[in-house]
Design a protein around this ligand. Structure first.
Ligand SMILES: [Zn+2]
Length: 62
């Protein structure tokens, strides 16, 4: 089995607690909603600008 090595592009800080981090990998693009591992808040991560903003969780997701 071949292991795919992913190269980190950088990390994006959680906009709510400023402690949780999202790791962005090279090749990641667009936007994605992610739950912070620290404060459990949802954030919308923009891999193109390497920023994140808080979003309300969508109903039915949790
Ligand atoms: Zn957080």
């Amino acid at each position: 089995m071949e292991k795919t090595v992913k190269i980190q592009k950088g990390t994006i800080k959680c906009p709510v607690c400023k402690k949780g981090k999202v790791v962005a990998y090279v090749g990641a693009a667009g936007q994605s909603s992610i739950q912070c591992g620290r404060c459990k808040m949802f954030m919308l991560v923009d891999y193109d600008t390497m920023t994140a903003e808080r979003v309300e969780p969508e109903r039915g997701v949790i």
